[in-house]
Structures are given as C-alpha cells and as structure tokens.
Write a new protein. Structure first.
Length: 106
C-alpha cells in the first residue's frame, strides 16, 4: 500500500513477545521470531457491510494480530469463528491481492 519498504512491530497478545518484520511491496524481507504468524478474519463479502471505518474496524482490525508462534495463535483463535492463522508470507500475499483492487467508499 505504501509502495516502499516498512518495518512493522507489534506485541503478541498472549505472550507479549515482540514480533517484528520488514516488508517490501514485493515480499516479507525479515521476520522475528521466525515462526511468527498473523490471525486473519475470513468473511463472506456478500454478508458483510463495509461502508464505514467502524464496520471495517469491527470486522477486521479488531481480530487481526501478530503472534510469536502458530501454537500461540491457535490457542487464541480456539472457539472463535471465521478466524484463520496465516504465515506472515501468506498474509502479505493476501494483502497484496486485496490492495490490487480499487477500494470503494460510501
């Protein structure tokens, strides 16, 4: 989205371990710890209304986190519907595909 390399740092919500990555428009350049993953909301676009910032926040942002490990992410996601755990590379690919489409705002 920024069309430049960026460093992202977040705290894993369960372990409080720092997750850090460097990402370019083409790929994830570095990630620490190596096993870090991302929680992602999987929704049916026909059943979700995303015409406001609040709707986007409540549907996606409120549920997308970096975790230090897949095991930690799976513990957090247990019992939550519509949550998938993606590798950082998979999340980058998904984000790149989504950002290649024009965003429609109300």
């Amino acid at each position: 989205m920024l069309k430049q390399t960026a460093t992202v740092e977040s705290v894993s919500p369960l372990s409080k371990e720092r997750v850090r990555l460097t990402v370019s428009p083409q790929r994830v350049e570095e990630v620490s710890p190596q096993g870090a993953v991302v929680s992602m909301v999987i929704v049916d676009p026909d059943r979700v209304e995303l015409r406001s910032v609040e709707a986007i926040w409540m549907t996606f942002c409120h549920h997308i986190f970096f975790f230090a490990s897949r095991a930690e992410a799976e513990r957090w996601a247990a019992g939550k519907r519509d949550i998938e755990v993606l590798s950082v590379d998979e999340a980058h690919e998904l984000g790149s595909r989504l950002l290649s489409r024009p965003l429609v705002h109300a």
